[in-house]
Structures are given as structure tokens and as C-alpha cells.
Design a binder for this molecule. Structure first.
Ligand code: FES
Length: 133
């Protein structure tokens, strides 16, 4: 498990998303991660729609879901599962912790390399969200 600082908590407004690319040791290429604040929680989900290769971080956030801007599929931020068509495959989610006002995400090298388009899905191995007090 590789715990990486993603951003400051203040970098992400409530009901919005921030896209970042993380370099994970052992991975061939940076991992696109979308950090989301919604309903007093912080989530991390791969920043790539499972329908086509577009960034989810450019979509709208509401009630624990993020909507893909291109065709409108919504993804549950806790599970990564789509809640409506056209996407049918989940997007990987990652465990999140908040420490000292910073957001950290746990990424294993295989989770970092696994892309939705290749069909390598990984469910999160810990809490996929962090509560804000
Ligand atoms: S690209 Fe996201 S729903 Fe089509």
C-alpha cells in the first residue's frame, strides 16, 4: 500500500471535484485520481470514466455521486458503480484519509496500473471515504 498526499483539503470545495495525477512506485504511468467532497465526506475515485476515456473530475458532484460530463452516467463515490447508463462498469475507488488538513489516498501499484478500459477493477481495501468533523 502506498499512501500519497494528493492535495490540501481546502483545495476541494464542498460538492466539487479535483483531478490530479499521482506517481506511484512500481506503476508504469501516473494514476489519474479524482478527489471529491460531497455531503461532508471526502472520496477518491479513478479520474477516468469507464465508458470512454474522459475525466470524471470535470463532471458535476451531488449527493455522493459524480456525473460524467460527456454522456451523463453517474457513479456512486463510495463503490465506484454506475447508477445509470450508458456506463455499465465500475470505476476503481481508493481509501482516503485526512491528516493535518491534507488529503491522502492509498494506492497499491496494481491498483494504480489497473485501468477501467482494460477491465482491471479493484474494489477499495479500506474506507473509500473520510468523514469531515
Ligand atoms: S464517457 Fe462517461 S458516460 Fe460516456
Amino acid at each position: 500500500m502506498s499512501k500519497l498526499r494528493v492535495c490540501a483539503l481546502d483545495d476541494v470545495a464542498e460538492e466539487s471535484a479535483l483531478g490530479v495525477e499521482l506517481d506511484v512506485e512500481g506503476a508504469d504511468e501516473p494514476t489519474p485520481v479524482c478527489v471529491v467532497r460531497s455531503g461532508g465526506r471526502v472520496y477518491a475515485i479513478r479520474d477516468e470514466c469507464s465508458h470512454q476515456d474522459v475525466q470524471l473530475s470535470d463532471g458535476e458532484v451531488e449527493d455522493g455521486k459524480i456525473e460524467c460530463w460527456l454522456h451523463g452516467s453517474q457513479f456512486d463515490l463510495e463503490s465506484g458503480k454506475p447508477t445509470c447508463l450508458p456506463a455499465i462498469d465500475p470505476v476503481p475507488t481508493y481509501p482516503v484519509t485526512i491528516e493535518g488538513g491534507d488529503v491522502y489516498v492509498d494506492l497499491r501499484p496494481d491498483m494504480a496500473a489497473g485501468g477501467a478500459k482494460e477491465g482491471h477493477f479493484h474494489t477499495s481495501v479500506g474506507p473509500a471515504a473520510a468523514n469531515l468533523k
